[in-house]
Write a protein that binds this ligand. Structure first.
Ligand code: ADP
Ligand code: MG
Length: 222
């Protein structure tokens, strides 16, 4: 699903910064891969590249069979919108919208007809165990529930890859385990999940770990 070959990202500066020097690894469908590494090692740069939010300055990034380096900006945007879902440390739910409206929102950008959006959003909320809170306001939810709303919003368009940046960073260990249970359910035969984390309890539950050190990203030997 994801194949990086000697991917680098240098920021021109000055001073020039080689934030990512060599990222070489794959992520297959059906697996959860944790990306770990010290602060400043290049994790966010790597996640931005994986998310098609930033472009490598060297190497090859293939996503869902597509060499992303060959794409025009509009094609990159379309591939990002259809293939990827994003979960961040903060849920970033919109306070004045209920759960259903929050989760339905990305579908409007994808051109899904208005009539179909609610049904899809409801299904996504059910899949994260919030079928009973469709019309709840985010402020009335717990932090763990809000993060599940954010996950429902990230998967409502059925992305092949779910990219998560410290998704449990704001959660206690009970809610952390609940979110990890959920991510395990969501990683199916045709979906992959990537989690940037510095928490060992998260990395321990991943199928594999990619370690980033000084811009070098490679699978950690099992
Ligand atoms: P991490 O997420 O692992 O903490 P980052 O990917 O954010 O690491 O950063 C890696 C290195 O690249 C750091 O030295 C950081 O200062 C640098 N860096 C990140 N983004 C930029 C940028 N836009 N311009 C210049 N340097 C950057
Ligand atoms: Mg970072």
């Amino acid at each position: 699903m994801i194949e990086l070959t000697e991917v680098g990202r240098t920021f021109p500066g000055p001073p020039e910064v080689a934030a990512l020097r060599d990222a070489t690894f794959t992520v297959e469908t059906g697996e959860i891969v944790a990306i770990v590494g010290p602060s400043g090692s290049g994790k966010s740069t790597l996640l931005n590249v994986l998310g098609l939010l930033d472009e490598p300055t060297s190497g090859t990034y293939r996503l869902a069979g597509v060499d992303t380096g060959t794409l025009k900006e509009r094609q990159r945007t379309a591939l990002r919108a259809t293939t990827l879902g994003f979960v961040f440390q903060s849920a970033y739910v919109i306070a004045h919208l209920d759960c259903l409206a929050n989760v339905a929102m990305p579908l409007a950008h994808l051109g899904v007809p208005r009539k179909e959006r609610s049904g899809l959003a409801e299904a996504a909320l059910r899949s994260v165990g919030l079928g009973h809170r469709l019309h709840a306001q985010p402020a009335t939810l717990s932090g763990g529930e809000r993060q599940r709303v954010a996950i429902a919003r990230a998967i409502v368009h059925e992305p092949r890859v779910l990219l998560c940046d410290e998704p449990t960073g704001n959660l206690d260990s009970e809610n952390t385990q609940a979110v990890l249970d959920l991510l395990e359910e969501l990683v199916t035969g045709d979906r992959a999940v990537v989690i940037v984390t510095h928490e060992t309890e998260v990395a321990d539950r991943a199928d594999r770990t990619v370690r980033v050190v000084d811009g070098h990203a490679a699978p950690l030997a099992a």
